[in-house]
Structure formats: C-alpha cells, structure tokens
Design a protein around this ligand. Structure first.
Ligand SMILES: Nc1ncnc2c1ncn2[C@@H]1O[C@H](COP(=O)(O)OP(=O)(O)OP(=O)(O)O)[C@@H](O)[C@H]1O
Ligand SMILES: [Mg+2]
Length: 266
C-alpha cells in the first residue's frame, strides 16, 4: 500500500552569505496513515527544516516528498502545521481564533461555532471562549494553537515542539489530551520534541536524527500498548528499556553542546 507520506532521499542546503549550509542529508522516511511519529535530535539538526519541506514552505535541494504517492507542490490544505510559537491573532477571541480556518473555508457560522465548541471542551478550555490570547496562560494558548489546526481535519499534522515552552506538569496534561484527540480522530502526526520521555510516551515510532547535517540515525518502535497513561508511563519496563536505547544514541549527538557548556564552567 502507498504510505500516506514518503520522504525519499531528501537533502536541503541553504546558502547564507555565500556559505553553503547542509541542513539535511538524504532523509528517507515513510509514514502510514494514522501513525504517530516523534522526531528527536540536537538543536540545529534540521528538524524544523524537515517540517517546512513537508508542508511545502521550502523545496528540497535533492530527493522528493510524496503525499499519497503524489509530489507535494506548494502549501497543501491536507497538511496542518502547529508551530512552536502560537500564531493566535491577538484581536480575536479564543473561539474566533479556533474557528478561523473554517471561516476562511466559508463554513456556516453556526456549524463552525459548534465544531470549535466541541474541541474547546475536549481540551478543557470551556468558559474561556470569549477571552483574548493575552488573557490566557501559555498552556491554554498552546491548546488553542493545536485545536485551531485540528478543526479543519488535516490528514497529516506536523507539530514543532508545541509543548516546548511549558512547565513539566502542563506538558503531561497536554500530552494526555493530545493522545485523547489523536485516538479519537486517528490522524497522522509528526511531532518534534527535545524531550525523550515525551517522544516515547506519544509515539508509535521515534525517529532519531544526527547533529548537522541532519540524517536519520535510527527509527525505534515503541512497544508500549495503547491507550497509554502518560502520568505513569515512566514506570513501565518497556518505557525504561526504550529510553535507555534512545539515550545511548542521542548522547553522542548532544555531546558537542555538553563540551561547550563544560568550557564556560569556572
Ligand atoms: N531559512 C534558512 N536560511 C538559512 N539557513 C537556515 C534556514 N532555516 C534553517 N537554516 C539552517 O539550517 C540548520 C537547521 O535548522 P533547523 O531550524 O531546521 O534546526 P532544528 O533542528 O529545528 O533546531 P532547533 O532544535 O534548535 O529548533 C541550521 O544550521 C540553520 O541555521
Ligand atoms: Mg526547530
């Protein structure tokens, strides 16, 4: 069967003030419909670049990207993109922000309000519909940021460290809610994170990248049954062994950053 997404030998180079930067080197990756894949790798290894290529904001220097066997050509409404920084419009209320994609598509106002309402309830934001972004906490804004993408039901959802700036407790709550939403809709998700625990807790498979130029170092299946309890997952033996395997692989990739830290220590 044709995979939903297939990234075939994709490389990306940037020319910055006459200097060639190879951000990604021969990335090959295929995702089946309904899979939840997380991507981990050191800062600067090209994770965001990979998402920008998949969504069609950038084009590859080599290789190709296919959605259901067809080349991606510019921005595709079947692909949703949740960026690290929330892009909520400050002059619109929570519910107006959540329903914006449906408004653009000309969906009937009552229908779009209904669909926004369902999602707002699902992520525990009921009662805050009329609040403006600056009146919401970071975690609430990030929830709104995610559901404003889910509302138009893209088949493939790209998430670039959506929980990055949040505290540990809020992250776990949001991971739990995201798994609930994913379980209900079974869309295909590529989720970037720096956090190995988060990468394992959410994923069917974890893609590990090398430091720049980013290559796929390994792809590891997560043998933890679903539904998962993200609050207790670290206690499971399967979690521990997966974490150990992945940390052994990630360690040499981040050691550069470590030696830099060591260098400035008194
Ligand atoms: N538009 C661009 N123009 C020039 N260079 C770029 C551009 N976008 C990314 N790069 C370079 O490509 C490399 C990969 O960047 P990218 O943002 O994809 O890394 P990342 O893995 O997402 O890092 P982080 O974990 O810090 O977000 C970096 O060296 C970066 O400077
Ligand atoms: Mg990034």
């Amino acid at each position: 069967m044709t995979p939903l997404l297939s990234v075939e030998g994709v490389s990306k180079e940037f020319l910055v003030r006459g200097k060639r930067i190879v951000a990604l080197d021969s990335i090959t990756l295929a995702l089946e419909q309904g899979e939840f894949v997380t991507v981990v790798g050191p800062s600067g290894c090209g994770k965001s670049t990979l998402l920008n290529l998949i969504v069609g904001l950038l084009s590859p220097s080599a290789g190709r990207i296919l959605l259901r066997g067809r080349p991606i050509n510019g921005i595709n409404p079947e692909i949703g993109y949740v960026t690290q920084k929330d892009n909520l419009l400050p002059w619109r209320t929570l519910v107006q922000n959540v329903e914006i994609a449906l408004e653009i598509r000309g969906v009937d106002p009552r229908e779009r309000r209904r669909r926004a309402g369902v999602l707002i309830q699902q992520v525990g934001l009921g009662g805050f519909e009329g609040h403006y972004p600056h009146e919401l906490s970071g975690g609430m804004r990030q929830r709104a940021n995610i559901i404003r993408t889910l509302i138009y039901e893209p088949q493939l959802i790209l998430m670039d460290e959506p929980f990055g700036p949040l505290d540990a407790q809020t992250r776990i709550v949001l991971q739990d809610q995201l798994l609930g939403l994913w379980n209900a809709a079974r869309k295909t998700i590529i989720f970037i994170t720096h956090d190995l625990v988060e990468a394992i807790a959410l994923a069917d498979r974890v893609v590990m990248m090398t430091s720049r130029p980013g290559k796929v170092k390994s792809v590891t299946g997560v043998p933890i049954p679903r539904p998962r309890d993200v609050y207790q997952i670290h206690e499971s033996p399967a979690f521990r062994s997966t974490h150990e395997t992945l940390w052994r692989e990630l360690r040499p990739e981040v050691s550069l950053a470590e030696s830099w830290r060591g260098g400035i220590r008194p």
